[in-house]
Design a protein around this ligand. Structure first.
Ligand SMILES: [Zn+2]
Length: 264
């Protein structure tokens, strides 16, 4: 039994065969899934899925890559959604400097500022509502950690799709936050991530697919889905030199502590 703590189940990728995707997840022992919002519409769609499928929970939030499309104040709509019994976190939120408008000029500065503004608003809602945060960062580790730190005593973050060094992992754990690992751990060129997995204590990380992206080997390059947490868990258990049972117990316990609204 494993959980997929980060999936984008509202994406159109699953429109054609959603019931089959759910059936394969169940057959693979993936008993809970958290569908992560990337905009208000996407968060709303995730909420509707939680109402149809007992195994699905939701995180609500606005992804930094779409920051320019965000309304000036996200907080009222998010506060409303957080009242839903199956909203277990705010996310995914953070900073992403991977694709800047370019030139290093005013456009880049405006984009980064808008990302920081909506990240800040969403951290505020997390603090008010007592929900933890699913953190996305790409090429922005130091800025993300710096902006998150003032909130660290009040909320915790899971730095998802963690692909950073063991040293950076320790900086995340130091402030009471967690990391989570995707199918990248199975990639031939994923040795750096496996090294970080090896260095992360068994009770300080969770598993996720980030589907439809990042399908693990042997599905690499294809559409990913929650059932593939199985392949991810097999690699992680090998790296941690533990049994699948131990990995299941540890990661599910961590998920329940981090997302208290997940029903046991
Ligand atoms: Zn994601």
């Amino acid at each position: 039994m494993f959980y997929d703590t980060h999936a984008h189940l509202d994406y159109p990728d699953y429109a054609g065969d959603f019931a089959d995707v759910m059936a394969r997840a169940q057959a693979a022992g993936i008993t809970k899934m958290i569908s992560i919002g990337t905009s208000l519409d996407s968060s709303e769609r995730a909420l509707r899925l939680t109402e149809k499928f007992p195994a699905i929970y939701a995180a609500v939030g606005w992804h930094p890559s779409d920051a320019m499309k965000a309304p000036s104040d996200l907080r009222p709509a998010l506060r409303e959604m957080c009242k839903h019994p199956k909203v277990v976190a705010i996310g995914e939120i953070g900073l992403d400097y991977h694709r800047l408008p370019g030139g290093g000029g005013d456009d880049d500065a405006r984009y980064k500022q808008k990302q920081a503004d909506i990240f800040q608003q969403q951290l505020e809602v997390a603090t008010e509502t007592g929900l933890n945060c699913v953190i996305h960062q790409r090429d922005a580790f130091d800025d993300t950690l710096a902006q998150f730190k003032p909130f660290a005593g009040k909320v915790r973050g899971v730095f998802h799709c963690f692909g950073e060094s063991a040293d950076r992992m320790r900086r995340v754990l130091e402030i009471g936050s967690l990391v989570s690992f995707t199918g990248i751990v199975t990639f031939k060129n994923g040795q750096n991530v496996r090294d970080t997995v090896a260095a992360t204590p068994l009770d300080r990380f969770m598993l996720e697919t980030d589907c439809p992206y990042l399908a693990p080997v042997p599905y690499r390059g294809k559409r990913c889905e929650p059932a593939y947490v199985r392949e991810i868990s097999e690699t992680v258990a090998q790296v941690k030199k533990c049994s699948l049972e131990e990995l299941s117990a540890a990661t599910c316990k961590t998920a329940h502590a981090f997302f208290p609204k997940l029903v046991k």
